[in-house]
Design a protein around this ligand. Structure first.
Ligand SMILES: NC(=O)c1ccc[n+]([C@@H]2O[C@H](COP(=O)([O-])OP(=O)(O)OC[C@H]3O[C@@H](n4cnc5c(N)ncnc54)[C@H](O)[C@@H]3O)[C@@H](O)[C@H]2O)c1
Ligand SMILES: [Zn+2]
Length: 380
């Protein structure tokens, strides 16, 4: 099993991320290790799909460690990431009689982690929660960093809180039941983290994709654990250096760099009403558009852009995007919440492994339009 310690100075908090194969049967011990007090009750919040696969082993382990288990299911999908769902979870925690020394487990993908983390942040002004991420996106990204929250009808993640987990328990075997598209989506986010953060992380992701494309049986392997550990270490380094996403920061280590590919990615998701792309798939195209802008501004070498394109291709095929209306994409970009005073802070690349945040005024709409055409040109 791989372990990674995350220390947050400002929040005066420390927790461990544990990554391994078949770690779920150890969840009882894990809860015990990460709580300062002896909890009596553990609320496990999940959805039906995830619970059917993994509920039995989680409940068995918790009961073997003498916890009273209180399970609760929420609906599956982004449309349940709402205040209404949070209210239901809060009512459940209250009816279960959960106390501040008890614990909440978020068992599922990023939606479960964000909703349950927010409920845990607000119930009794904060109760401990354990992240047990079961999608690739959740394992490499959303379970680390303490951002929790829900959507409003006006946009994504508009309500939330920073609430750090008491621990993160990753079982790589849960990825074996994930659909191919959810995996592709996660791989695109992995490529993103390497592209903005470190050439060696990018290469590690690329090497792993080449290996599993050549032989799918190598998927569940020590190499996967190593890669998830490296991805979590990168995310942890960024978030510990910028715990609350300081709005004024625009340096290459600010939390904002994680938005690489997301300006156009969100626009693609919104104009297709969240029906055509999984989030990471849209980010895959968004990275290519941002890559073209970077190249056309003279920041990024053509060979680096080609490497990025080729690596996105290795992640798997993406739904076609070349038929989408350029004007509609432009409008959606301006509506995105990252545009301040109508000006967008673009996350661009200087090279693979180094991001640069560039103020919108240097980027003309003509340049964005031509980059959209180039980035979405052919399906991947
Ligand atoms: N808090 C953060 O820092 C942060 C970072 C990135 C993304 N997010 C959020 O995460 C969400 C996306 O997360 P996601 O991609 O995990 O989506 P998701 O939680 O909707 O999961 C995707 C699908 O996979 C299913 N699933 C989960 N685990 C499974 C398993 N092991 N086997 C089979 N099916 C499984 C889910 O039921 C769902 O249908 C978005 O709401 C996004 O805003 C948050
Ligand atoms: Zn994302």
């Amino acid at each position: 099993m791989q372990r990674l310690s995350v220390r947050l100075a400002a929040a005066k908090h420390r927790y461990e991320i544990k990554i391994g194969r078949r770690t779920l049967p150890e969840i009882g011990d894990e809860i015990h290790d990460c709580l300062p007090h002896r909890a009596r009750r553990v609320a496990v919040i999940s959805n039906l799909k995830v619970l059917r696969f993994y509920g039995t082993q989680v409940f068995k382990s918790l009961r073997a460690s003498q916890y009273a288990v209180w399970p609760w299911l929420i609906g599956d999908g982004e449309r349940y990431k709402t205040l209404a769902t949070v209210q239901k979870v809060l009512l459940f925690l209250s009816e279960a009689g959960l106390e501040r020394t008890d614990a909440v487990v978020a068992l599922g993908g990023g939606v479960i982690g964000d909703v349950v983390g927010f409920a845990a942040a607000t119930y009794l002004r904060g109760v401990p929660f354990l992240q047990v991420p079961t999608t690739l996106i959740a394992q490499i990204d959303s379970s680390v960093g303490g951002k929790t929250g829900v959507n409003l009808p006006h946009g994504k993640n508009l309500v939330g809180a920073f609430h750090q987990p008491c621990g993160v328990l990753i079982d790589t075997e849960t990825l074996t039941t994930l659909s191919r598209r959810e995996l592709v989506s996660g791989w695109c986010e992995s490529i993103k983290q390497g592209a903005v953060g470190s050439k060696s992380l990018f290469k590690q992701t690329r090497d792993f994709l080449e290996m599993i494309n050549a032989n799918p049986d190598t998927f569940i392997s020590p190499a996967l654990e190593n890669l998830i550990r490296s991805q979590c270490a990168f995310k942890a380094a960024i978030v510990t250096g910028d715990e609350r996403e300081a709005p004024e920061r625009t340096d290459h280590l600010s939390r904002r760099v994680l938005n690489f590919g997301h300006t156009v990615g969100h626009a693609l998701e919104s104009i297709t009403k969240y029906r055509r792309f999984r989030h990471g798939e849209a980010v895959g195209y968004g990275m290519l558009v941002a890559g073209h802008i970077s190249k056309d501004l003279g920041l990024l070498a053509a060979s680096e852009l080609e490497l990025l394109r080729d690596t996105v291709r290795l992640a798997g095929s993406l739904p076609a995007a070349s038929d989408l209306d350029e004007g509609a994409i432009m409008q959606a970009i301006l509506r995105d919440k990252k545009s301040v005073d109508g000006r967008i802070k673009w996350v661009l690349l200087e090279r693979i492994g180094r991001a640069r945040i560039v103020d919108g005024k240097e980027i003309t709409s003509r340049l964005v339009r031509s980059s959209i055409r180039d980035g979405l040109k052919k399906s991947l």
